[in-house]
Design a protein around this ligand. Structure first.
Ligand SMILES: [Zn+2]
Length: 169
């Protein structure tokens, strides 16, 4: 993704009040490897039950605030992250809840999803394919294509979730 600034992040939230956006603890952005990120996701260092996801959606920086569901701990059961759909990283997936934007959210409306704890989706979709996923004979080009499809799918699914939070899907 293209690098974004703290100011862009703070003004990007579609489902947080101005106060919440100002209170958000923003991670160190200067040394991030933006080229290997499809979205930026992090847990608030001061409020561990709250996390944020920010990405470019249709050319605009959009951010959402998420709350941990229940204890916020990963479930004991294996689960597949709805965003990266990685079949290997299944031990550390948890449910997060986004308040809906606008009045619907103020009235208590939310939408949930299963997502990788630590928001590791971008690195998950960039892992090398296993033999069962692409076979032994795959060329470098085929592997690259496989990874490209996964990156595209991840971006689409996170953008769709943000649209659902904004209620304009
Ligand atoms: Zn994931």
């Amino acid at each position: 993704m293209q690098p974004i600034t703290e100011q862009q992040i703070r003004s990007s939230f579609v489902n947080a009040s101005k106060g919440e956006a100002n209170r958000a603890t923003i991670p160190e952005l200067d040394h991030l490897d933006w080229g290997s990120l499809d979205y930026l996701g992090w847990t608030d260092a001061k409020r561990p039950g709250i996390s944020y996801v920010v990405m470019h959606v249709d050319g605009t920086v959009r951010g959402i605030l998420l709350r941990a569901a229940g204890s916020g701990a990963p479930t004991n059961r294996k689960a597949i992250c709805v965003w990266c759909e990685d079949v290997k990283a299944t031990d550390n997936v948890r449910m997060v809840i986004a308040p809906l934007a606008g009045k619907a959210g103020r009235d208590g409306g939310t939408i949930g999803t299963l997502a990788c704890a630590g928001f590791a989706c971008s690195s998950n979709v960039r892992r090398a394919p296993s033999r069962s996923e692409i076979g032994d004979q795959a060329t470098a080009e085929e592997r690259e294509f496989w990874t490209g499809l996964r990156i595209e799918g991840l971006r689409e699914r996170v953008a769709r979730f943000i649209h659902q939070v904004m209620r304009d899907d």
